[in-house]
Design a protein. Sequence first.
Length: 118
Amino acid sequence: MTKRPDGQLEYDVLRVLWAADRPVSPAEVNDQLGLGLAYTTVATVLTRLHAKGLVDRESTGRAFAYRATVDETEFALRRIDVALSAASDRSKVLAGFVGRLSAREVAQMRQLLDDQRI
């Protein structure tokens, strides 16, 4: 079995929640994932996402149903913030990031920075 990248299961669970038009139970998330995970694995991921403030939950009988509190953009921004905060040299991380951008993405970044007058 191939190891999933760090945070990939959380992201996959959030994608299910983002696509839903209502709060979703752990069993429904598990079905949508289609990975054959144990119910408890999905429930644990949802509990951790709730503790991080990324999802809300509401009681539905003896269980909870979950809804994302952030969209995909906000989730990505939070992950970037965590990565930059963990680095001892933010400039090196930013330089490495920019160095991996395509020419088109660099042009977009320049335009965004110009728009911000940075």
